[in-house]
Write a protein that binds this ligand. Structure first.
Ligand SMILES: CSCCC(=O)C(=O)COP(=O)(O)O
Ligand SMILES: [Mg+2]
Length: 230
């Protein structure tokens, strides 16, 4: 008998479309990053993440303009850099607050998250986006402010999403045995890592992709198809 007590969900490709992140959020950050650094460059938080990006690239002594150029390249590559994601989150905050966009959610997601909460399940997010960016995402979602539904958030400061140890850390932080946790994602390597840590897994395959034949994980076309017991 499977007993799921908490659900940990990915964002891009799972609760929300890849295109919203790639075609709205990333270009928004890319266009504004140079001016944002110019305007806010004296702020300790921004200086910290610029230094972290430089350290990550081995360019600690480089001029600030070189770091900016590097960050723009990383945005184009969708490099899962913790420093980049933190900087992007700082820029995205302005866009949400200004009403420039609302975070995309697939149509069934908000209702299903509410159902799971009403059934006593705890909900968490694990995304490459920074924790502040995740909170903004669900605070300013197309379905309104969903942050009251979530008990916690994890990003790559917990660890890389394709490493099993990251999921062990998440289970410890949630204070649940992995066998009582379900991880939902669109990326099979992330699901493999979670499964190796003992999590139950759900593979969201949304954008009319061919269903894999011998799926390594239970495959779902949307959140309404997800079953929590068997
Ligand atoms: C929190 S919105 C920005 C998401 C992001 O930058 C990203 O790379 C999403 O990757 P995920 O791990 O959620 O698929
Ligand atoms: Mg994803």
């Amino acid at each position: 008998m499977i007993e799921i007590r908490a659900i940990v969900t990915d964002i891009e490709g799972t609760t929300s479309s890849i295109s919203f992140v790639r075609d709205v959020l990333f270009p928004y950050a890319r266009k504004r990053l140079p001016a944002f650094v110019e305007t806010h460059g004296d702020k300790p938080e921004l200086q910290h993440w610029l230094h972290e990006a430089a350290r990550e690239a081995g360019l600690v002594e480089a001029p600030r303009q070189d770091i900016i150029e590097l960050l723009l390249q990383w945005i184009d590559q969708d490099r899962k850099s913790t420093a980049l994601k933190a900087l992007q989150g700082m820029i995205w905050q302005e866009g949400y607050a200004a009403g420039d966009y609302r975070a995309h959610l697939y149509p069934e997601v908000a209702a299903r998250l509410r159902d799971w909460r009403a059934d006593g399940l705890r909900l968490y997010v694990y995304s490459s986006g920074s924790v502040p960016a995740q909170k903004l995402f669900f605070r300013y979602s197309e379905a309104g402010d969903l942050t009251p539904l979530f008990a916690g958030y994890f990003d790559t400061e917990t660890g890389p999403k394709r490493e099993t140890e990251s999921y062990r850390r998440i289970a410890d932080a949630i204070d649940e045995q992995p066998r009582h946790l379900l991880f939902l994602s669109d990326i099979v390597e992330e699901l493999d890592a979670a499964k190796a840590a003992g999590f139950h897994t759900g593979w969201l395959i949304r954008e009319q992709q061919p269903m894999p034949d011998a799926a390594r994980h239970p495959v779902y076309a949307d959140f309404d198809a997800i079953t929590l017991s068997s």
